[in-house]
Ligand binder design. Structure first.
Ligand SMILES: [Ca+2]
Length: 455
């Protein structure tokens, strides 16, 4: 069922079976909006589809932009002109944080922390980052976030893959080394090095393979930390995502010193790690706390055709690896490295995604747009997509919510596909502009700004 799907809100499992029956009977049920990938052409008449405008027109440039531009270029999407300003010289940039003075901290996957000062990349990395493991696609030095009171305390937080002590697992059937998600805190005074670098939380989630880790501060000042657990390896197992006795495949909630908040949902429940906030997570690569509602939004890489946008609530179970709208890359629903353990995409007691994507675009960073630079985008959700091969296009998704903020009408528009870049992160800066990272060997930070001098 290619396209972008919205699960029927509030439907009980029995209702869902009835709906599947209706779908087989060619009755429209899901509101689907096609995305740009050619493989996303509808193959079933059982859905209502509306093609989104796809061809971006660049009114100022000839020839049209293909690939990362060397200089600022004006692009267009859905009638909105915007200028893309590339800041190049980065290698596999993962995440970024815009400082109050407009400088930008950028993590590079290999374990370097870089800084863009006054719009130009400082050639010297910032010293003090611990050794990182880069053994899997989504590993290395990953997310970065500023303490809510950074202007006063200068505290920065970052996540990384911590190598297992003792080095590579040569004694473990000759396999590559294992790592676990670690949250570190440091002080950054704006100079050339971090100070007081400290691991404040080392997850019990030793794994061989991809395990993404995002952080965001809740409105209450607590840290939300995602720990991925996508597939089945000999070190770490997808089933760990349902095991409350470890941190793999979970959303965690911590105090800003790494300790356990007293009001976590399972803090007094036997058999549960007290840091757990939600379970059943595959590989979360985007995380955002809405400043008005406090809602926790998460993007998650599913298996083939199962990328998700979720709203994470305390104590809930988000299904992995029991249920998913995707399948293993063998095409089998059940089993394999990445298949589920259930034939059905839903189960009692497990949360449905807010949206899911098929094919999977390899969704990564996300933000709501709350600024004033682009009034037409206000309230929209932006999601970076890394794509590749059968994973759909490398582009930025723009999700338009319904009038009620809600769940009835959701549109998916896309932009920046012509750049053909693996878009890893998207953030809104304090200036109301959007900032992205391109996770490429010759990567960049992209600043998206309005075009005031447009004809
Ligand atoms: Ca899920």
């Amino acid at each position: 069922m290619p396209g972008v799907g919205v699960p029927a809100t509030g439907a009980a499992p029995g209702d869902r079976e009835q709906e599947m029956f209706q779908m087989k009977a060619l009755r429209p049920m899901l509101v689907l909006v096609l995305v740009g990938s050619a493989s996303a052409v509808l193959t079933s008449a059982a859905v209502v589809a509306q093609a989104a405008p796809q061809e971006a027109v660049d009114p100022f440039a000839a020839p049209p932009v293909r690939g990362l531009p060397a200089r600022p270029r004006v692009l267009e999407s859905d009638g909105q002109l915007f200028r893309v300003v590339p800041i190049t010289g980065l290698a596999r940039p993962w995440a970024l944080a815009v400082l109050p003075n407009g400088d930008i901290l950028v993590t590079e996957r290999a374990g370097r922390l870089r800084i863009i000062r006054d719009g130009a990349l400082d050639p010297e990395p910032i010293a003090g980052v611990p050794e990182v493991n880069t053994g899997a696609i989504n590993s290395g030095l990953m997310d970065i976030a500023l303490h809510p009171r950074f202007a006063e305390n200068r505290l920065v937080y970052f996540t990384y893959s911590k190598p297992k002590p003792g080095g590579p697992f040569e004694d473990f059937q000759g396999m590559r080394d294992a790592a676990t998600v670690t949250l570190a805190r440091a002080r950054f005074d704006g100079g050339a090095a971090l100070a007081d670098v400290e691991d404040i939380f080392v997850a019990d989630a030793w794994a061989q393979g991809t395990s993404g880790a995002r952080i965001a501060f809740g409105r209450d000042g607590r840290i939300i930390l995602t720990v991925g657990m996508p597939t089945r390896h000999r070190i770490g197992n997808a089933d760990d995502a349902q095991n409350p006795a470890n941190h793999a495949g979970k959303v965690l909630r911590l105090n800003d010193d790494g300790s356990v908040p007293f009001d976590n949902p399972f803090v007094d429940q036997e058999g549960y790690r007290p840091e757990i906030y939600a379970l059943g997570i595959r590989n979360a690569l985007g995380l955002y706390v809405h400043p008005d509602t406090g809602a926790i939004w998460e993007t998650e890489n599913g298996p083939m055709g199962g990328d998700e946008l979720n709203v994470i609530e305390a104590g809930r179970n988000y299904g992995w690896p029991v249920v998913s709208y995707g399948t293993d890359y063998t095409g089998n629903k059940i089993g394999g490295l990445s298949g589920t353990t259930s034939e059905h995409p839903w189960a009692p007691g497990m949360e449905e995604p807010f949206m899911f994507w098929n094919p999977s675009p390899a969704l990564a960073g996300l933000t709501f747009y709350t600024g004033n630079a682009f009034p037409a985008w206000k309230g929209n959700i932006f999601i970076a997509a890394m794509g590749s091969g059968n994973l759909g296009s490398r582009q930025l998704h723009r999700i338009v919510l319904g009038q009620t903020g809600g769940t009835q009408r959701r549109g998916n528009r896309t932009l920046l596909a012509e750049l053909e870049q693996r878009l890893r992160d998207v953030r809104e800066g304090p200036d109301g502009l959007l900032y992205l990272t391109t996770d490429e060997p010759a990567g960049a930070v992209l600043r998206i700004e309005p075009v005031d001098d447009a004809p």
